[in-house]
Design a protein around this ligand. Structure first.
Ligand SMILES: [Zn+2]
Length: 479
């Protein structure tokens, strides 16, 4: 997620001064129909995860199920504000369980089946879809849920001033957009809505004539008014996106031929188009430091939000971010592009490690701002330390976030200050070799604080454990 850095201001100031669903004695699963097709689940092997219960938001998600693939067939009718969907989920049960339980907002269920057999007892209660069918550990099943209804959002657990409700949002003119970090995918499809269960996606969205639909992943063609997207790299639910509007599409080519797509709203977003067109430059800046862009395509969709989000292969940028100036918008955009490496390709297992996303994206953003605004290393160091001290005093250290304060500034600035220390200790050559190895050798994996510390020590041949612990845990700025 974006965080306006205010580094210019800072520099100026510095110059002056779970719950696991336990197996119960479950009834045997219903036998599949005799003529049921044999499904080769190995085709979705890249969607395999090791889900854990999230310590910060245990209400969302389950560690009992590993969704391998989401097939979403959606239709949006702006006139009636109705979303109609059929979600086909390929699921690997992690444990024996008496039921399938996923996050889902209360849409009306039209039909629910497991392995082709209807489950009339399925229901949505307290934002959970409960399907009373027994499943066996490591015996994959196909869940199909047909539903329709009016989308509704869910509150953001934060005190940030730029926060908006989470999930699928309908604008006054019937357009759709979503921001869903740390959760909110479950406002438009049944989901294991937590970061540790990544999955592959095929999404098809049908909209009226003159409208367009945009989602994360690689554009997979358009037939009539149905728009298709496919993710062959695993995606965490918070990195999925859906936007529907009267868009105009631009295409471009990034470094070494990466196809880029920009979606903007005629009459609203023209002034941002020059900034969108700088994407190849932003990607080159990042590739120079962190190695090749980790996905087959990229792009940006502009929406009616005041925030920005690093949704995978298709960044969701709020058009309301434009104020006060395009330079700020471009810094935010660079930040979201940096997340494609740090957060999207290498994803934290739990929300306790949000610092691992935002520290890297913020540090990349500071380096970009430094390249544009030409402030010195000493000015950057000074401004980071000043802000770090304020934030630790106000919000605590970055590795101990509070559930009600999602994505406050301490998880951005403080770990960026830590990375500056690592950069200073190693020098640029070794530091960017470390950063590149971290993302390039661990593409499409999930990582934690412990694995990060071990990686840094192994890669550099030095012991940075004390430095990392101090910057992540200390109530005041380390020396
Ligand atoms: Zn961010």
């Amino acid at each position: 997620m974006h965080r306006r850095s205010l580094v210019a201001t800072l520099v100026a100031a510095a110059l002056v001064a779970g719950c696991t669903d336990k197996a119960e004695s479950a009834p045997a699963p219903p036998a599949a129909p005799a003529n049921a097709p044999v499904i080769d689940y190995a085709q979705w092997r890249a969607g395999t995860s090791a889900p854990v219960a999230d310590p910060l938001y245990p209400r969302l998600g389950t560690s009992a199920l590993d969704v391998l693939h989401y097939g979403l067939d959606l239709a949006w009718q702006p006139a009636t504000r109705t979303l109609t969907g059929t979600a086909t989920l390929r699921i690997r049960p992690v444990v024996d369980a008496a039921q399938i339980k996923l996050d889902f907002k209360p849409y009306r269920l039209d039909r629910v089946s497991v392995d082709g057999v209807a489950v009339p007892g399925a229901a949505v209660t307290a934002e959970k879809l409960v399907v009373p069918v027994a499943v066996r550990k490591d015996k994959p099943v196909t869940l199909v849920v047909a539903y329709h209804g009016a989308p509704s959002t869910t509150p953001m657990p934060s005190h940030r001033t730029d926060t908006e409700p989470l999930g699928l949002t309908v604008t006054r003119d019937g357009a759709l957009w979503t921001m869903q970090e740390p959760y909110g995918a479950y406002t438009w499809y049944p989901a294991n809505d937590q970061p540790s269960d990544e999955a592959l996606y095929d999404i098809a969205v049908t909209v009226p004539k003159g409208w367009s639909a945009v989602a994360a992943g690689t554009p997979a063609g358009r037939r009539g008014n149905t728009f298709r997207y496919r993710s062959t790299d695993p995606v965490a639910t918070y990195l999925q996106t859906l936007a529907v509007g009267r868009y105009r599409k631009l295409t471009a080519t990034g470094p070494h031929g990466v196809p880029l797509t920009y979606w903007y709203r005629p009459g609203t977003d023209e002034k941002l188009v020059p900034s969108l067109r700088k994407s190849p430059r932003f990607l080159s800046f990042l590739e120079k430091r962190f190695g090749p862009y980790p996905f087959p395509t990229g792009g940006i969709v502009l929406v009616d939000s005041a925030s920005g989000m690093e949704t995978q292969q298709m960044i969701t940028m709020g058009g309301k971010l434009t104020k006060p100036d395009p330079a700020g918008f471009e810094e935010d955009l660079l930040h979201e592009y940096a997340h494609q490496w740090f957060g999207d390709s290498v994803t934290p297992t739990t929300w306790n490690d949000l610092w691992l996303n935002e520290g890297w994206a913020m540090y990349a953003q500071f380096l970009y701002e430094q390249s544009v605004e030409k402030f010195s290393d000493e000015q950057l160091e000074q401004s980071l330390r000043t802000r770090d001290a304020e934030l630790r005093a106000k919000l605590g250290p970055p590795a101990h976030p509070k559930a009600a304060n999602f994505a406050e500034s301490n998880v951005y600035i403080c770990p960026a200050a830590m990375l500056k220390e690592l950069n200073d200790a190693l020098g640029d050559t070794k530091f960017f070799a470390l950063a590149t190895a971290w993302v390039q050798t661990q593409r499409n994996t999930q990582q934690t604080r412990a694995s990060f510390t071990a990686f840094v020590n192994r890669q550099t041949g030095r012991d940075f454990t004390a430095l990392i612990n101090a910057w992540l845990d200390s109530p005041s700025t380390p020396h």
